[in-house]
Design a protein around this ligand. Structure first.
Ligand SMILES: Cc1cc2nc3c(=O)[nH]c(=O)nc-3n(C[C@H](O)[C@H](O)[C@H](O)COP(=O)(O)OP(=O)(O)OC[C@H]3O[C@@H](n4cnc5c(N)ncnc54)[C@H](O)[C@@H]3O)c2cc1C
Length: 396
């Protein structure tokens, strides 16, 4: 067993190039964009130039042919500047297009994925509905077969990137009588369908990451846009949630790292009572706690990503060790991140409460990770379910 927590030289180069881009291109725009709640228009094209839109996709589609460790590393590095944009990138590249890559036909992948990698297409994933959040299987969006088309009616809410999206992967009931076993996965190119509408949702955090309420009204979708097989949506959905929880842990992780780094710098510079505030033990306690939370979060997220990369199909889902590890990773990163963002604001005093300081954005964004991709309560439910499985042996 190797417990060496070092990245390879290639991974370090990847981190350095993303950090250079995020700290020089993204950071200077963030205060204004956050106030206006605008995603940088060129975000995905920029990432396309850097070659990181399809980190885990095969090179034949324009991807980098790497794994989920590298995906996590990229989202962590973007998250050091913007938790929200880390999420937006993850929603497109992992939740939407990576899930599509793992389930669509060769022809469909060759058509769509190169455009995702170049940044021409932005993707979004639709699971949540106004009345079906944690109880995702209770979704009521219906797809009814008519000739060689499906007619879709229903709505999806809180959909990251929907207001700016070109492509959507979503789930609908194709056999409502069968409950979770009557769910199928579909995709659409938004400009090609009629009966799709989207309303932007105003949020107090995660600003710059566009969120929408989507309505499908008699939306006609060709039958070949059904992916993974009729009524096979649950396996796609739950395995997708595994890689989603692991890689999106990176957004919280990057933000935790930024909170620690910015707080260390500020605590050394800010003088009160004739001394840097870093000399006060109550400030040191917060810094020590922030470091410990970051170090433990990093271990949980990267060990889950590395385990995922070691699996034959790099996939999990209900009844797998990866399901437990993925839920635990995001649970820990989210809760530790929320605490550290609070501590970081406190260390910055009144300045931490001002928009000019990046800490205020980390604070507002971080709370989402107790909620999005399944709430903390649902993640605990999943962890307990997998622990109580007969085959569970402690150790991983
Ligand atoms: C900014 C943002 C971006 C998002 N992006 C996407 C996206 O791209 N695609 C997508 O499909 N969804 C997205 N979501 C939706 C997100 O996944 C849901 O908000 C989340 O799953 C919770 O659902 P809910 O909000 O309906 O809360 P509810 O399910 O109504 O839960 C309310 C409260 O009850 C608790 N609760 C519910 N059931 C149980 C239980 N069995 N035991 C204990 N407690 C329980 C919850 O933990 C929570 O505290 C996003 C949400 C936000 C806020």
């Amino acid at each position: 067993m190797s417990l060496n927590f070092e990245f390879t030289p290639e991974q370090k180069m990847l981190e350095d190039s993303i950090w250079r881009w995020a700290s020089t291109w993204l950071e200077p725009q963030m205060e204004k964009l956050y106030e206006e709640d605008q995603m940088p228009a060129e975000l995905f094209r920029e990432l396309g130039k850097l070659g990181v839109n399809g980190i885990a996709y095969e090179e034949k589609y324009g991807g980098a042919g790497l794994g989920y460790v590298e995906t996590l590393l990229v989202y962590e590095t973007i998250g050091r500047v913007s938790n929200a944009l880390g999420m937006t990138v993850g929603a497109s590249q992992t939740l939407c297009f990576d899930n599509f890559r793992r389930n669509a036909s060769e022809v469909q992948k060759s058509e769509i994925l190169p455009k995702a990698c170049s940044g021409q297409y932005i993707g979004c994933l639709g699971i949540t509905e106004p009345n079906a959040g944690s109880d995702a299987m209770g979704m009521t969006t219906k797809a009814v077969k008519r000739g060689d088309h499906y007619i879709i009616n229903g709505s999806k809410t809180f959909i990251t990137n929907a207001p700016v999206g070109d492509f959507m992967l979503f789930y609908a009931k194709t056999d409502p009588e069968r409950g979770p076993h009557g769910i199928s996965a579909f995709f659409i190119l938004i400009k090609d369908v009629k009966g799709f509408s989207c309303e932007k949702i105003k949020k107090w955090g995660m600003r710059t990451s566009p969120t929408g309420l989507v309505t499908f009204e008699d939306m006609e979708v060709p039958e070949e846009n059904l992916i993974g097989g009729l009524n096979r949506g649950v396996a796609i959905l739950t395995s997708g949630l595994c890689t989603e929880r692991i890689t999106l842990s990176g957004c919280s992780l990057g933000s935790q790292r930024a909170c620690l780094e910015l707080s260390l710098k500020y605590a050394k510079e800010r003088v009160q009572f004739g001394k840097p505030i870093a000399s006060f033990q109550m400030i040191q306690e917060k810094l020590a706690n922030m470091y410990t939370r970051y170090a433990s979060s990093k271990w949980m997220a990267y060990s889950a990503a590395s385990y995922c990369d070691s699996l034959d199909h790099k996939t999990g889902g209900k009844g797998t060790d990866l399901d437990r590890m993925a839920a635990a990773s995001l649970l820990h990163c989210g809760e530790m991140g929320t605490q550290s963002a609070l501590d970081a604001v406190q260390i910055h005093g009144g300045y931490g409460y001002c928009q000019e300081y990046a800490i205020s954005r980390h604070y507002l964004d971080q709370k989402l990770w107790d909620i999005g991709a399944g709430t903390s309560e649902i993640r605990r439910t999943i962890i307990a379910r997998e622990l109580l499985r007969d085959e569970f042996r402690s150790g991983r």
